[in-house]
Design a protein around this ligand. Sequence first.
Ligand SMILES: *[C@@H]1O[C@H](CO)[C@@H](O)[C@H](O)[C@H]1NC(C)=O
Length: 332
Amino acid sequence: MISEIIWTSFVATLLGLLSLGIFIGLILLLRNYMQGGSYNKPTLIDGKIVIITGANAGIGKETAVDLAKRGGKIYIACRNIERGQNALIEIKRRSGSDNIHFLQLDLASMKSIHKFSDEFHQLEDRLDILINNAGVMACPKSFTEDGFEMHMGTNHLGHFLLTNLLLDLLKKPPHSRIVNVASLFHIVGKISKTNFFGEKFYFRWYAYATSKLANILFTRELAKRLQNTGVTANSLHPGAIQSDLLRHVNIVIRIITAPFRWILFKDIPAGAQTQIRLAVDPSLENVTGKYFADCKEATTLFTARNDKTAKWLWEKSEELTGLGINDVLVCE
Ligand SMILES: *[C@@H]1O[C@H](CO)[C@@H](O)[C@H](O)[C@H]1NC(C)=O
């Protein structure tokens, strides 16, 4: 009788442990799966000149380390000088390369973007890879120095201006690449002529999503305009990543969701893989105007394939950043 009870509880415990083991195993498998593909080719980019915006943290910093290891000459561009200098030290240490440089750039200021471009033109006579990686996510309604809504201003207009100011240098090498970090979140955004800067209504995540939609439409139009120049432009979804971008998310939500994020979100090295591949993979030399996720080509929502909106956005962005006018001034 007693031995039967002991036996039964022994079996029950064993079964319990077994199912717990299976459960943990499945969670680990799921987590591993959610990390997505990675770029494993040992491609070298010796001497290639690279700019990465927002490289002081997260996937930007990770990308800088990776491309520095591959022999690139890396310029990290970020707003905060102290954080930029600290990142520089860390990237040098982790990559073992000394060929990494810091230039200050505030994408929320057109003045700063022009200054950055001028400084870069003094330093280099070509650019091989431009990674537009910096971004703000879900911040409260605020405006850039030039009065642009923060998400649209920083994530799209800042990079729009920067890219256009660097195009002359990008056209110097036979092949060069522009990599724009967008997001799957673009699917809930909308480019609206009447609510472009959230004039009528504003939701933080909606504003973020809209700026990411703008990144993809910008890439599409840019690729079209750069046909036969040797410069390619692609965009990507890095994945849901455990990064500093979550800083604007409520702390309680961050704590509650932490275990789920650990399982379902990519860690930072996994999150950097798609942009690393787009920046260096020789097989993508002629690929342009595309969108990638999990290290391979992916499809966007139809709103991100609307060429009419892409053209409108380009012209609106040109007008807002005063691009045409500045070009004329530089030429004279
Ligand atoms: C890219 O296009 C050029 C010119 O057509 C060609 O020579 C080259 O092999 C292509 N590269 C790849 C990786 O397909």
